[in-house]
Write a protein that binds this ligand. Structure first.
Ligand code: ATP
Length: 236
């Protein structure tokens, strides 16, 4: 059984049918990427898994436990943490206070350990521990958002466009870190509009188009696929 099972997921915003029966799995030892253009339904899929959007049909299960109807904070406690698009750090709080906020489901000892862990992954955050998040660079805010997500000791991290708006060297660093977090034992579901780096670090991927999975394969096969190369890798 896969760690995460998503079956026939549907979601609506009023009359907009944003997800039209999306199904996929993520294994405990995998990085899986969801790739798609604007409005394909990538964020909606993550939000439906994390409980921020109520699916109108379908099922989300973690380790066989049905998560479909439970509230977002309980999804975190069960082991799924979402790092949202656009970072969404608490801009008036310091780096360390932001990290503490991510540890609301774990013990004080785990909070202390989690902060040290986040600093070991992102030494830059340690240097800036007393700086308010609003004054961090985009890359540092992304580090903080990921570090904050790790505070809850997730078995699975959902990452929404972590490379968005970052300079190429920072994109590289963020993706290396995602691989490192995976090596340390966290499953990753990675949403990306730019497929290049995502397919480089992922084991498998799904291509989403207007709320439907149109292609599912290993990352290597997707990267070699003509249709994918033209539509998502900017190649003619
Ligand atoms: P992007 O890469 O542009 O963020 P996406 O693949 O993440 O796109 P979603 O944000 O999931 O796509 O959007 C899927 C569809 O649902 C789009 O047609 C979008 O306009 C619509 N949608 C998303 N959020 C809302 C909302 N809060 N209210 C109404 N429609 C929404």
């Amino acid at each position: 059984m896969a760690l995460l099972e998503v079956e026939d997921l549907h979601a609506h915003y009023g009359s907009i049918h944003a997800l039209k029966g999306v199904s996929f799995t993520v294994g405990a030892d995998e990085i899986v990427t969801l790739i798609g253009g604007n409005g394909a339904g990538k964020s909606t899929t993550l939000n439906a898994i994390s409980g921020l959007v109520r699916p109108t049909q379908g099922r989300v299960a973690l380790d066989g436990d049905d998560l479909t109807a439970i509230p977002a904070h309980q999804v975190v406690a069960r082991g799924i943490v979402q790092v949202p698009e656009g970072r969404r750090t608490f801009v008036r709080l310091t780096v360390e206070e932001n990290l503490r906020m991510g540890g609301f489901t774990v013990s004080d000892a785990d909070v202390a350990h989690g902060i040290e862990h986040a600093y070991s992954i992102f030494p830059r955050l340690k240097e800036r521990r007393r700086q308010v998040a609003g004054t961090l660079s985009g890359g540092e805010q992304q580090m903080l958002a990921i570090g904050r997500g790790l505070m809850a000791k997730p078995s699975m991290l959902l990452l929404d466009e972590p490379s968005m708006g970052l300079a190429p060297n920072l994109v590289e660093l963020i993706f290396e870190t995602i691989s490192e977090i995976h090596r340390q034992g966290t499953a990753i579901l990675l949403v990306e509009q730019n497929a290049h780096m995502a397919l480089e670090i992922a084991d498998r991927g799904y291509i989403l188009q207007t709320g439907t999975v149109i292609l599912a394969d290993t990352a290597a096969n997707l990267a070699a696929n003509e249709q994918v190369r033209q539509a998502y890798l900017g190649e003619i």
